[in-house]
Design a protein around this ligand. Structure first.
Ligand code: B12
Ligand code: SF4
Length: 549
């Protein structure tokens, strides 16, 4: 790669792909593939109880924060705002960030750039770069595979090994649940921290692991607990937060770093909380006390199947582990793959039943999906089992298989997937209820804990439970009577337990807020039935800009 002749004087536009996203169109948007984490792949069958929120495009935010050139990040543009931005400023470089599903949009954006800003150099990065032969499918000048900060620094003639500066990132925006959009106040939403990219476990289907080096490899932005502590202090200061979404594929795998972070938190009296991704084998490296003191409140954990052979599950009874974590107030988000090699129409009921029996707080189901760059993709390709002529826009794990499964048809793959979501919802109830149940367990266990940091964070949680969440539970109990009487009864007994702990407050808020939330969630059900979808707002952020004119 030849560095850009203008170096850090080059004017850079970094953009995500254009929306709207949650609708079917010729560029690859799909109604079932909205730009939302929970509603896309976790709570999507939960109707008005689904947790709705958007997440910024962190990859380009990280790149922007680590280059000295004048740079604009354009997040969630429409085709028009993208065209306007291109023509309003003479960009030397336009970088597009995309994943594989959005290939059609990248192709279109390259065409738009060539037309409206012909002198711009086009760089395409993110997971889309793993598509074999991509350079022949789009009109770009550079296709960047893997880590982009160091690439962009090299391209602009900067020191690629300089320390990584972490931007202040609010983890989610425009959160909605039960038909109500939550107010966005400073400090109200967790900060996202990205300690590393990739995962050394190298599960055969895992695209993030493969993209950043595969088995045994990953890229650490922050090696030590001390560095991480400093980054978190900065976010705490700028965003006034005490909760963090640790965007690291396997945060707990790096035990010395996590324990050093804990030590620093203790010394500084930080009552922080953390949502983390971790594999079962990594969680087992910690005692419950360590996790609780570290502030872990939410763990995203792969459950796959008791019969799968993934190293990350070795020695793990994931059901027992889930219940133990919940008993310590840690919300568990399980993740289960539908369509593993050993799955058949005959054993799917047992396999999904096993997943649902975990009774996690949240549960993601995802189709087994060979994606370019992964060992699974190579294996399927070598065996001639990949389906030809599939639109990449439909390969996102929430539609149908993109390969020939030994025992399950393509159409049935979707039926099993949809059924898994439904069963989890009907048997276990809304995730919001399950989360409340775990929070109460945590509070009861830790309200008198000797470490004040821990008591403080459980108190913060319980304040929500004794107020707003009490109203939500009141409404859920009523609304769920039609779906599953047993779940409705369980919600009622949770409410009774909360009332015993907070007799006055919970009663008042349930009475004041409950009927409103019942009404708003029924209204939301009607809107959803009429096809209502949600889109993220377009966001523009400029850096080093004053020097660029
Ligand atoms: C946050 C997130 C989302 C957000 C979207 C945020 C957004 N604004 O786009 C939400 C929740 C909405 C989402 C949705 C989906 N996602 Co998603 N998502 C992630 C997640 C968890 C984190 C992404 C992230 O910020 N990582 C940290 C940053 C630093 O890494 P990065 O983005 O890869 O960026 C680095 C490099 O890729 C590169 N780079 C990135 N962009 C650019 C641009 C340029 C110019 C250059 C030079 C370099 C470069 O440099 C960056 C720094 O090193 C990843 C998993 C993961 N751990 O990465 C999945 C992931 C990206 N999502 C994925 C998928 C499949 C989806 C969905 C289809 C849902 C699904 N069924 O799984 C939908 C698609 C929605 C849509 N309509 O587009 C896959 C992509 C697979 C693939 N090979 O394409 C991933 C990898 C998860 C996985 N393991 O399967 N997602
Ligand atoms: S443990 Fe999770 S993040 Fe790591 S390789 Fe396996 S699936 Fe990917």
């Amino acid at each position: 790669m030849q560095p850009h002749p203008k170096g850090i004087s080059a004017r850079i536009l970094l953009t995500s792909v254009f929306g709207p996203y949650a609708q079917d169109d010729e560029f690859g948007s799909r109604t079932i593939n909205p730009m939302e984490l929970y509603h896309n792949q976790v709570t999507r069958a939960q109707g008005s109880f689904s947790l709705r929120m958007f997440h910024r495009s962190w990859g380009i935010m990280m790149i922007q924060a680590n280059i000295s050139a004048p740079c604009t990040v354009l997040d969630f543009p429409t085709r028009n705002t993208f065209a306007d931005e291109l023509t309003a400023h003479a960009y030397d470089v336009v970088g597009i960030s995309s994943i594989i599903v959005n290939l059609g949009k990248v192709r279109e954006m390259c065409l738009i750039i060539r037309k409206l800003s012909p002198h711009s150099t086009i760089i395409v990065g993110g997971h889309v770069a793993a598509i074999p032969g991509l350079k022949d499918l789009i009109d770009a000048d550079h296709i960047v595979q893997g880590e982009g900060i160091s690439w962009m620094r090299r391209y602009l003639g900067e020191d690629e090994h300089a320390p990584i500066h972490h931007p202040a990132i609010v983890s989610g925006l425009r959160t909605r649940i039960m038909g109500v959009r939550l107010t966005e106040r400073k400090g109200g939403t967790a900060a996202t921290i990205i300690p590393s990219v990739g995962c050394p476990m190298g599960c055969n289907f895992c695209t993030t692991s493969a993209f950043f080096g595969g088995k045994g490899k990953f890229i650490n932005f922050y090696q030590t607990g001390d560095e991480l502590f400093d980054v978190m202090c900065q976010a705490e200061d700028k965003l006034k937060v005490n909760s963090f979404f640790m965007m690291d594929e396997n945060f707990l795998l790096h035990r010395p770093r996590a324990l050093r972070l804990l030590q620093r938190m203790k010394e500084a009296g930080k009552s922080w909380t953390m949502a983390v991704f971790a594999s079962a084998n990594a969680i087992h490296k910690y005692s419950m006390q360590e996790l609780v003191e570290l502030g872990v409140t939410w763990i995203w954990m792969g459950l796959e199947s008791p019969r799968s052979s993934y190293a990350k599950l070795h020695g793990a009874d994931t059901r027992q582990l889930t219940h133990e974590l919940q008993a310590h107030g840690i919300r568990v988000q399980g993740s289960t793959i539908i369509g593993l090699e050993h799955h058949t129409p005959n054993n799917m009921a047992d396999e999904v039943g096993h997943a649902v029996a975990h009774d996690t707080d949240f549960h993601q189901f995802m189709l087994y999906t060979p994606v370019p760059g992964t060992p699974l993709y190579k294996e399927m390709s070598d065996q001639g089992r990949l389906l030809r002529d599939m639109d990449p826009a439909d390969i996102h794990g929430q539609f149908k298989f993109n390969f020939r499964h030994a025992a399950i048809s393509r159409d049935d793959s979707k039926k099993f997937l949809d059924w898994a979501f439904r069963l989890d919802f009907e048997r276990n109830g809304p995730s919001l209820y399950r989360m409340c149940r775990t929070m109460l367990q945590g509070w009861k266990r830790y309200k008198n804990y000797p470490d004040a940091r821990v008591r403080e964070r459980f108190t913060r949680d319980i304040q929500k439970l004794s107020t707003a969440y009490s109203g939500a539970l009141w409404a859920m109990e009523r609304q769920f009577r039609k779906v599953n009487r047993d779940v409705s009864d369980r919600i009622r007994s949770l409410r009774a337990e909360i009332k015993r702990e907070f007799p006055v407050l919970s009663r008042i808020t349930a009475a004041a807020l409950g009927p409103y939330l019942l009404w708003s969630s029924l209204r939301e059900e009607r809107r959803l039935a009429a096809g209502k979808t949600y889109e993220p707002p377009t966001i523009i952020q400029r850096s080093n800009w004053e020097y660029s004119h």
